[in-house]
Design a protein around this ligand. Structure first.
Ligand SMILES: Nc1ncnc2c1ncn2[C@@H]1O[C@H](COP(=O)(O)OP(=O)(O)OP(=O)(O)O)[C@@H](O)[C@H]1O
Ligand SMILES: [Mg+2]
Length: 279
């Protein structure tokens, strides 16, 4: 059995999508990512993150909440050094502190990124977009050759997981926004990521599509025990889909806890006085 086939059969063996209940956390577990005292000052002098530390574990969907400019994207991008912190460290289990090119490359290869504008190539099919995402796992010579059958089957498996197998051969510019974002999720999981980072993945979707996309993302990450960090603007979705919410205001963490602890007082800390959105 080839490596790809073995991994395919492992995937098939994981059974039905998770029903939504949180995986119990293990207090003795080593964090997947440890952020220690990071600070981000952009070139123009803007202090986007003030010294901030946190640990991210395998079994949690973490949602970053906060008003515009609070530092959500900066924090998310710091986690794989797309933004390099001015101070402090980001350490990844099994790799150590991010710094040298080799560690960074390995970490980025294991990071599934999902964007607001899913960054698919419209004139290519859903399947082709996923296969292109897989090319990062090969050398550049790979682009000259047809993709192996195992890779295609794996890409189709990922599309099936997001309910889009029948759209595999449809051009992405002929898909709805919600379907495109589901292809974006399939592309991210096709990388077999060790962590998923999603920056406002539902900002341009209607409520029904947003719920479907976030539900899929949560269920896949829980099922595969992939930590996910998702920045969102919608409080209601954070309450529904997060295991843990980190509230940011002006570059600082002002709340870190479960959705049930998100009281009006906490929301005031995150957003300022916001009584109208408290319930
Ligand atoms: N490339 C950059 N250069 C300079 N300043 C930046 C840059 N990117 C972000 N900032 C600033 O850093 C701060 C944090 O921005 P960030 O994009 O992380 O916020 P955010 O919480 O993601 O906001 P939004 O909800 O609008 O996406 C803001 O003051 C922003 O203007
Ligand atoms: Mg942002």
């Amino acid at each position: 059995m080839s490596v790809v086939e073995r991994e395919l059969s492992d995937l098939q063996g994981t059974g039905e999508p998770a029903s939504g209940e949180a995986v119990p956390s293990n207090a003795a577990q080593k964090p997947f990512i440890s952020v220690s005292e990071i600070e981000v000052v952009y070139g123009n002098g803007t202090v986007a993150l003030k010294p901030l530390s946190l640990d991210l574990f395998d079994d949690a969907v973490t949602v970053l909440l906060g008003p515009s400019g609070a530092g959500k994207s900066t924090l998310l991008r710091s986690l794989n050094h797309l933004v390099v912190p001015s101070r402090g460290t980001v350490s990844v289990r099994g790799l150590g502190t991010l710094g040298n090119a080799q560690t960074l490359r390995a970490h980025r290869r294991g990071t599934g990124m999902i964007f607001q504008q899913h960054q698919l190539i419209g004139r290519l099919t859903a399947l082709q977009n996923i296969l292109i995402g897989r090319l990062g796992h090969y050398g550049t010579w790979r682009t000259m050759l047809p993709m192996p059958e195992g890779e295609k089957r794996w890409a189709l498996e990922c599309l099936d997981r997001v309910g889009l197998l029948e759209k595999a051969l449809t051009r992405c510019d002929a898909l709805s926004g919600g379907q495109q974002q589901r292809v974006g999720i399939a592309r991210a999981i096709a990388q077999r990521p060790r962590i998923v980072l999603a920056d406002e993945p539902v900002a341009s979707l209607d409520p029904a599509a947003s719920r479907r996309v976030l539900g899929l993302l949560r269920d896949i990450c829980r099922q595969d025990r992939i930590p996910a960090v998702i920045s969102l603007h919608q409080l209601e979705y954070a309450r529904t889909f997060a295991d843990r919410i980190i509230g940011l205001a002006e570059g600082r963490v002002v709340f870190d806890g479960p959705p049930a602890a998100l009281t009006k007082g906490v929301l005031d800390r995150i957003y300022g006085p916001v009584s109208e959105i408290a319930d």
